[in-house]
Design a protein around this ligand. Sequence first.
Ligand code: CP
Length: 324
Amino acid sequence: QRHLISAADLTRDDAVLILDTAEEMARVADRPIKKLPTLRGRTVVNLFFEDSTRTRISFEAAEKRLSADVINFSAKGSSVSKGESLKDTAQTLEAMGVDAVVIRHSASGAPYRLATSGWIDAVVINAGDGTHQHPTQALLDAFTMRRRLIGRDAGLGQDLDGRRITVVGDVLHSRVARSNVDLLHTLGAEVTLVAPPTLLPVGVETWPCEVSYDLDATLPKSDAVMMLRVQRERMNAAFFPTEREYSRRYGLDADRMAKMPEHAIVMHPGPMVRGMEITAEVADSERCTVVEQVANGVSIRMAVLYLLLGGNEPAVTHTRTTEE
Ligand code: CP
C-alpha cells in the first residue's frame, strides 16, 4: 500500500522523481487539449472536511487531466454534520469502489489514521491535516523554487542544494511551514524560520533549520522568502503581537523586499491577507510567485496521482508519520 501522508516520508530520490514527473505533466498544460488517458477507469474522491480553494480545485483539475472519475465530497452539506464518523464516511466511499482518497481534515493525523486503519484499501493523499502536514504544497513550492532559482530546463534531476529559503510568520499553526522544512532539508536547502516567539512551536529547536526573530537581517541572505498567513481561526487566545505590531515587524512591504537579492523571489501558499503579512504592492509584483505556485500545484498533483495510481516506479512510499 502506498500513500502520501507527510513530506518527511519522502527520500531525496522520491522528491526529485515527483518534481521531474511534474515537469513532464506541465507540458500537458501547454497543449490545446490538456488531457492524458493515464487514470481512465480509476475513481478518486476529494474528501474535504476543511475549507480550501487552491488545493481542492487543483486536485480536481489534476484528476480530470489524467482522465480519472472524480467524486467531490465536502463535509458541509454531508452526513458528517449529523455526526457521522470518519470511519463510517470512509467505509461508505470504500463501498463505492474508490481507488484514491484525497483528504483535508482539521485534525492532525486524520490522513494517517485513514491510511493505516484498514477501513479502506484506497491510496490516501494528504491535502492538509490540522497543523501537521501539507506535502503537495511543499512539493509545488519546491517545484516553483527549482524553476525560478535554477531554471526550467536545467531543473530535471536537480535539487535545491545550498539555496537559502526564509519562511516568515505563523509557524506555530502552519502545516505548510512544517512540510517545507522537511522537504527543503531533504533537498539540501538551508531554511531559516522568522517569527515572533509566540508563533513558534515548542521543540522548534529540534527542526532541521535555523530560527531568527529579525526579518530585516535575514532578507539579504535569502534566495526565496515565503510569507505565511496568521491563522486566526486556529487561535484560542487573543492574538499577540497585535496585528499592527505584527505587520510592522514581520510584514513584507516594498521597502523590505528591496533588501532581498535581485534574483530572490517572494512566495505565499495562499490565501493571503493583504495588508497583514504582505502588502498589495508586493503581492502583485513580478517577484511574487503566488499565482505561479497555484499553476504548478496542478502539475505536482498530476505527478503524485500518476506515480501512486498509474506509474510503474515505486515513487512515494509511506514509512512513518508523527501524530501531533
Ligand atoms: N495553500 C492552500 O492550501 O490553499 P487552500 O487552503 O485554499 O487550499
